[in-house]
Design a protein around this ligand. Structure first.
Ligand SMILES: NC(=O)c1ccc[n+]([C@@H]2O[C@H](COP(=O)([O-])OP(=O)(O)OC[C@H]3O[C@@H](n4cnc5c(N)ncnc54)[C@H](OP(=O)(O)O)[C@@H]3O)[C@@H](O)[C@H]2O)c1
Length: 325
């Protein structure tokens, strides 16, 4: 089969022919149809050490074409699924992927392969944010990098369940785009009045949780204007900054809590039943009004171009690798 590899550590992406993997007990073989380029894929590519075996791609969609021993693998045989990778040597950026059957979820009939390939990571994270908001009685939430695919889902869910979302973006055209699509609260982090505006609006709406995926140098100032008792939840590191500077007095005087969010850990905590309920909810949303923008589609052989296109304008929509096998 064809699969994407790194030419050298930190180098370009290339396609190589390798043996199609065989599913073992509890595993399935998925013939891949589509897979997005996500920020988490780029982070993995930067860290990959054994480039001779590493196949990127954390999520995607396809059809289960072979099943190892076990009830679940047999149950999924022949099904169209959303899937995530289990092993670094078998990612979704390939014609076939072997993964645990428990990492595959049948797709609703109304969800096509492309949309289905993006139905795990971001939609489940967006649901997770509102679980946190409800558990902790936050009346409104603040989300950064809000022009992202995830940001748009957070806004959509917020509207559905009546929890206002304060969206933070970093370009004026993103403010206009979000407002045009119905977002009420949008702040531009490059505006001179940004910190002041954030303080004002977060107090007005009692927005006591900030979800941040950027970790920029502004974070300390942003935290200093949040309502007392707020929580700051870091779920990404788009800026690549290795340290976050926060004045300890802010944390003490304003009773601020800082923590991290990782979907894998959240799913483990939620348990199987809650995860199934969430997946069904994602299926329902994707069958109706949740449509993720796609800005480009590339064959595996053009994975390098796909990543470059994505990096040139991440807010323009997802870039997909589309497999022809
Ligand atoms: N922790 C978890 O479990 C989890 C799960 C899902 C997603 N995430 C995180 O959620 C974030 C969004 O993911 P996505 O797939 O929705 O992204 P996406 O649609 O690919 O878009 C990325 C967004 O990030 C913005 N961005 C990039 N670098 C930035 C920076 N230095 N400062 C501010 N904004 C920046 C881009 O805006 P421009 O167009 O202005 O560049 C773009 O809107 C990522 O950080 C991802 O890792 C985390």
């Amino acid at each position: 089969m064809k699969a994407v590899f790194l030419e050298k550590p930190g180098g370009n992406l290339v396609v190589r022919e390798v043996k199609t993997p065989v599913p073992g007990p509890g595993e399935v073989l998925v013939r891949m149809k589509a897979a997005p380029v996500n920020p988490s894929d780029l982070a993995k590519l930067r860290k990959a050490d054994d480039i001779t075996t590493f196949i990127p791609g954390l999520e995607g969609s396809g059809t289960v074409v072979a099943a190892g021993k076990g009830l679940l693998p047999r149950l999924w045989m022949g099904k169209r699924v959303a899937c995530s990778s289990e092993y670094p040597y078998s990612g979704t950026w390939a014609e076939y992927m072997v993964t645990k059957a428990g990492k595959c979820f049948p797709l609703a009939a109304k969800v096509d392969d492309e949309q289905g390939s993006m139905s795990l990571v971001n939609p489940l994270t967006a649901l997770g944010f509102f679980e946190i908001a409800k558990e902790n009685h936050h009346k409104a939430i603040i989300n950064n990098a809000a022009a992202s695919a995830l940001g748009r889902m957070v806004e959509l869910l917020g509207r559905k369940i009546n929890i206002p979302v304060i969206n933070i973006v970093r370009k004026s055209e993103q403010v206009n785009n979000l407002k045009r699509s119905g977002s009420k609260y949008v702040l531009d982090s490059t505006a001179p009045s940004f910190i002041e505006d954030l303080g004002k609006i977060s107090h007005e709406l009692s927005a006591t949780v900030l979800f941040d995926s950027t970790c920029t140098g502004q974070l300390g100032k942003m935290i200093s204007v949040l309502p007392s008792g707020s929580s700051v939840i870091i779920y990404g590191n788009l800026s690549g900054e290795e340290n976050i500077l926060v004045n300890p007095r802010t944390l003490i005087d304003n009773d601020i809590k800082i923590s991290g969010f990782f979907l894998g850990a959240r799913s483990k905590k939620n348990g199987m039943l809650k995860n199934i309920i969430n997946l069904r909810e994602v299926g329902r949303l994707m069958s109706s009004d949740l449509k993720i923008n796609v800005q480009g589609r590339f064959p595996l052989e053009m994975a390098q171009e796909a990543v470059e296109t994505y990096l040139a304008d991440m807010s323009a929509g997802k870039v997909l690798l589309v497999m022809q096998a």
